[in-house]
Design a protein around this ligand. Structure first.
Ligand SMILES: *Cc1c(COP(=O)(O)O)cnc(C)c1O
Length: 608
């Protein structure tokens, strides 16, 4: 039975029971039951489900593994973590994260003014805030204000010019006021690996090289700010596939740390290793995307830093990490209904055979009647050849449109029958000929932008019918008018099989998993499809509770976001309807009412 690789990517978060994907937590509710409840309450179209307990689990796992490593190696530094807001800033996620992180002193990382403001508003008292990325005077001033408010904040400097602004700001605001800590981002020569590896290396966009580090320490000393210098920081890229590059980078950074301390930076006590902790997106063991576990990651980091500090007789640094993807990816599941199967057009009822058919059509009928497992492959190939011949005859004017339609239907029906008779190894080989297109009510640009932009895969599976074998090799089409809005069947890398269903009679929902990191905020409003409805769910011993729902934006709100004056649109539509001579007076009001309802609803399809 196909379990869609749940044992590869699922991290023990999901379980299949009675043919349904269920949460492996509390009373183990089925996702499809949650979705059906929401549908009954009128929420149609795609939905992002957020599972609170999965946010908590990821945070606790990180602290647990690092604290175990610290105990095991008798490490003298502390472990600390901050969540980089850029990975998912949505309130349904961030507010839970802050709540669960409180007892662990889990902090926030900001990369812009807006994110810093969020951090200043929501961070737990005393938990660290780090600020990375390019900064202007205004952002630096916000950092000083945060320190004055009592936040434990570190501004990480990306270049000497930022340090100069900090020095100036410190002078302006006066010596006796609390100041933010200063971190220096180091430019390592070590490189990451994978599609997000651009953040490391000597040519990376960020950080200070060795000459600049020496210059920075000099400047800090000169201006009596060396005491504020507490941290060095690096980040070699996201979704680090293998542990080796990280270990190399860490050795490099560890040695920079001891060198800087030997230069007199005695308050330098922290190393921030950035993010990059990978998660497993693959549905197939053979294409697994990381070669290490969290416990290996934690052990390696603690061990390497311990070794360097011991060798160089320096204090063991406190460890900071900024994992974003690892913390947020698993909590969100996008659920989207299948609207249509392409081949549903080709049913037996649609066949309109004539009294007298061309010989090739009669032969197709025989193939369809007599197909059996032992000849299925052969008959299917024969039927394709017949179709080619009929299309040629059509071009030459020897058969008519009805014959052509009959041939197309018969070939599809033969294909379908053959599929049901063949085993999966044959199916994979024949996928090109037999694949089915599933039209799904969502936008890839909005909900899986990394698939569109980078080819990043995400686990996809139906939410029920998992006790029956899926027989269709499936290509997924989204509802945008863009041919890029497709996840094509890929026989070699990630063959996806789905069930043969009749959408007119039954619902069929697909789950897109691990979409909680980056996808929501990178999502684009292509065709003006906006963020789907979001639902926060608390799973418990009794079942589950729907904690909050944020509905997808209405069409009016989307247009307003584009800076249209929505009243002007109202007026224009009203004018056009009331001045039309095509619509009778009585209907005008009704038509306006109808449009009004649509405009206040979201733009996803309700059904077809
Ligand atoms: C993006 C980013 C992170 C988060 O990386 P993940 O791969 O999501 O863990 C952490 N630190 C910095 C500086 C970043 O730019």
């Amino acid at each position: 039975m196909n379990n869609y690789g749940i044992d590869v990517w699922g991290d023990d978060n999901f379980i299949i029971k009675d043919g349904k994907v269920c949460l492996k937590y509390g009373n183990e509710p089925a996702i499809i039951d949650i979705v059906n409840t929401l549908q009954d309450d009128g929420y149609k179209g795609p939905i992002v489900l957020r599972f609170n307990h999965l946010i908590k689990k990821q945070i606790e796992q990180i602290y647990l593994n690092f604290n175990n490593a610290i105990n095991e190696f008798e490490y003298n530094g502390t472990f600390n973590a901050v969540y980089p807001l850029k990975v998912n800033q949505f309130p349904g996620f961030v507010k839970h994260l802050v709540k669960f992180g409180k007892k662990l002193n889990y902090g926030l990382e900001a990369g812009s003014k807006a994110e810093l403001l969020l951090a200043m508003a929501y961070n737990n008292e005393g938990s660290p805030i780090t600020v990375n990325g390019f900064k202007d005077k205004e952002l630096i001033t916000m950092g000083f204000i945060a320190a004055e408010m009592g936040h434990n904040i570190t501004l990480t400097i990306e270049g000497i010019n930022e340090l100069e602004v900090i020095i100036k700001t410190a002078k302006e605001r006066g010596d006796n006021k609390p100041k933010p800590n200063i971190g220096l981002r180091v430019r390592l020569h070590s490189l990451g690996s994978g599609i997000w590896a651009k953040s490391g290396g000597i040519n990376s966009k960020f950080g200070l090289n060795s000459t600049e580090l020496i210059e920075a320490v000099g400047l800090l000393k000169e201006n009596n700010l060396l005491d504020c210098f507490t941290m060095i920081h690096f980040h070699i890229g996201s979704q680090i596939h293998e542990i080796h590059p990280l270990k190399k980078a860490l050795s490099e950074a560890g040695n920079i740390y001891v060198e800087l301390r030997k230069m007199g930076a005695l308050n330098l006590e922290n190393i921030d290793l950035g993010g990059g902790l990978a998660i497993e997106y693959s549905q197939f063991q053979k294409s697994s995307q990381r070669n290490y576990t969290l416990s290996e990651y934690a052990n390696d980091i603690v061990f390497i830093l311990k070794m360097i500090a011991t060798q160089k007789k320096e204090k063991e640094p406190n460890i900071y990490i900024e994992s974003g993807r690892f913390v947020s990816a698993s909590h969100a599941v996008l659920v989207a209904p299948v609207l249509e199967l392409f081949s549903q057009e080709y049913s037996e009822e649609k066949l309109k055979l004539k009294e007298k058919n061309p010989q090739l059509i009669d032969e197709l009928c025989d193939l369809y009647k007599n197909i059996k497992p032992s000849n299925a492959l052969e008959y299917m190939h024969d039927s394709r050849d017949h179709l080619d011949s009929i299309l040629t005859l059509f071009d030459l004017g020897y058969v008519d449109l009805q014959d052509r339609s009959n041939a197309e239907i018969l070939v599809h029906l033969i294909g379908k029958k053959a599929i049901s008779m063949l085993d999966s190894s044959h199916l994979v080989r024949m996928q090109k000929e037999v694949q089915e297109k599933y039209l799904v009510n969502f936008s890839i640009f909005q909900s899986l932008p990394d698939y569109w932009g980078l080819g990043q895969e995400f686990p996809i599976m139906p939410l029920d019918r998992l006790d029956t074998n899926p027989t269709n090799s499936a290509t997924i089409w989204d509802i945008t008018c863009d041919s890029d809005g497709e996840i094509a069947f890929d026989a070699n890398k990630r063959p996806l099989f789905l069930h043969d269903i009749d959408v007119e009679k039954e619902d069929y929902f697909l789950g897109f998993f691990l979409v909680g990191a980056y996808q929501e905020v990178l999502g684009m409003k292509h065709n003006l499809f906006t963020h789907p409805t979001q639902v926060c769910i608390e799973v418990n011993k009794r079942g589950y509770e729907i904690e909050s729902i944020i509905e997808s934006q209405s069409i009016r709100d989307i247009l307003e976001d584009l800076d249209y004056d929505i009243r002007e649109i109202d007026e224009k539509i009203q004018d056009k309807i009331s001045s039309s001579n095509l619509i009778d007076e009585k209907s005008k009001k009704n038509i306006l009412g109808e449009l009004f309802i649509f405009m206040h609803d979201n733009g996803y399809l309700k059904n077809i």
